[in-house]
Design a protein around this ligand. Structure first.
Ligand SMILES: [Zn+2]
Length: 264
């Protein structure tokens, strides 16, 4: 499986000395707008890259600069590993989840006191094994609302399957995917980025038709992915949302699924 570093090498392979290119960052996917936040340039024959999104900050270099490589290794450690202690979700947190997202706490969600107290949501592989964590703050917090840690070699997307005879909805976050999975198969992207590795995993494991259902402000991004991967995915459309699935009333989710034809 290609690492973020491999993807950068691919992006930079055509660059001439002194040239600079802007692309979608393979680490963070450019956030909810899918912006081209990764700057890659060639200096003294080496590729040097930097993602200017503060939440990501992915940077590195080939060969040469030991300092940048050290920073990159540190960033990799910070992102990929979290092995804190988990506890059953406390009752008051479960009540808050129920109030916010109209759902019971799934069995693979836990609680951690790390980072100010967060819900630890297991990221599920297509075979429903644990492949990492999203640590989600449910109260206003300093820093990122969601911290994502994926085991090495695993994609940072989470799968929920209902039936091989129904379609698959692709959403941004785990709570929306869990709620949609009452009706259809669902995938949480943990953002809006879909690199080639993710696209291939989706192509291999998602029953069709596929629907991309992003927040309203990310609909243009959804259309872009649908176009880019149309040949790979086959039957794919964009499902415009008026509100985030995790915020919808149960009845409205049911109607959305029926009207889209996903549930039949
Ligand atoms: Zn980035």
């Amino acid at each position: 499986m290609a690492s973020a570093r491999d993807n950068v090498a691919l992006i930079g392979q055509e660059l001439s000395e002194g040239d600079n290119i802007r692309e979608v960052c393979p680490r963070c996917g450019g956030g909810s707008s899918g912006e081209k936040s990764l700057s890659v340039s060639r200096r003294d024959g080496h590729l040097v890259w930097y993602c200017f999104r503060a939440k990501c900050g992915y940077k590195g270099a080939t060969g040469g600069s030991g300092l940048i490589q050290k920073a990159e290794r540190k960033a990799d450690r910070r992102r990929k590993m979290w092995e804190g202690k988990t506890y059953p979700v406390p009752d008051d947190v479960a009540a808050r989840i129920h109030e916010m997202w109209h759902m019971d706490v799934p069995e693979n969600w836990w609680w951690t006191t790390d980072y100010g107290g967060r819900v630890a949501m297991s990221i599920r592989s297509p075979r429903f094994t644990h492949r990492g964590w999203v640590l989600r703050s449910i109260t206003p917090t300093e820093g990122a609302k969601a911290l994502t840690y994926t085991h090495e070699g695993e994609q940072g997307i989470s799968w929920y399957k209902t039936s091989p005879h129904r379609g698959t909805i692709i959403v941004e976050d785990i709570p929306s995917a869990v709620r949609a999975s009452t009706y259809v198969n669902s995938v949480a992207l943990l953002g809006t980025g879909i690199g080639m590795d993710r696209a291939i995993e989706i192509a291999d494991h998602a029953p069709r038709p596929l629907y991309l259902a992003f927040d309203q402000d990310a609909t243009a991004v959804a259309h872009r992915w649908a176009r880019r991967y149309a040949l790979l995915w086959g039957d794919v459309s964009v499902l415009p949302l008026e509100e985030d699935i995790k915020d919808m009333k149960e009845q409205d989710i049911g109607e959305l699924i029926v009207h889209s034809g996903l549930g039949s």
